[in-house]
Design a protein around this ligand. Sequence first.
Ligand code: ZN
Length: 240
Amino acid sequence: MPIVSDRGCLHGRGWLRHGRRCARPLCGDRLESPAGARFAVRAGVLADKGVISVKGWMRGVRRIASPNFDARPAGERISLVVIHAISLPPERFGGPGVIQLFTNALDPDEDPYYATIGHLRVSAHFFIRRDGELIQFVSTEARAWHAGVSCWRGRERCNDFSIGIELEGCDSRPFETVQYDVLAALLKRLRRRYRGLEIAGHSDIAPGRKTDPGPCFDWGRAGIVAPLQQGCFDKSQSDQ
Ligand SMILES: [Zn+2]
C-alpha cells in the first residue's frame, strides 16, 4: 500500500507517534523514514490545500527564486507537464548542487563535473527532493528553462507551453515513495489549475538526447499513464 494518497493514510498525529507503521486497524501503511513521514503528511496537505496563486506560486511551498526564466509567448496555453530527474553531482543526493545550478551559483571547485555545466542557465518550476521536500523556483505562469530542444505532438520549444518538474534521482536508483506522493499531489493541484494538462518525460520530448526521468521512474506510482508517443513521432503521425 502507498504511504499516502489523496484519501490515504493520513491518520493524524497518532500515526506518526506509532512509528514505522500506521497503527490504525486494517491500514498498515508503512512509513519509510522520519523525513518521509514529515513530507508524506505534507503531500496530503498539498493535494488538498496547495493552491497555486494567480501569479503562479504554490502556497505553503519553499520558494527559491531562479533568475533563469522569461515570459511565455503571448496567449500561450499551458498544456504539458515535463517530468525530469536530476542529481548533482551525478548519482549523489541531498547536496545543494541542484539549487546552485538553478540559481547560477555552482562552485566549479566543488566537483569536477560542475566545471562542465556551470555555464548553463537552466531551471525548472519545481524540484522534489529525496525526502519529499518540494521547492518552487519559477512561477508556473512564467517560462522556465528545462526542456531544451524538444518537441511534443508536432510542437517544438516545449518550454513555451510546459511546466517542468525535477525529481532528485538518476537512471540507476529507484525513486522514493514520498517523492511519488508529493508528485501526485502536485499534479493534482496543477491539473486543477490548468485544465487538460498532458504529462510526458523529458526523454519523450527529447528522445535520443535525454534519458530522464529514466528506467527507474514508475509512472503508475505517480498515478500517471505513461506517454504512448515520443516527441514529434507519435503513432498518429507516423501512420500518416
Ligand atoms: Zn531533464
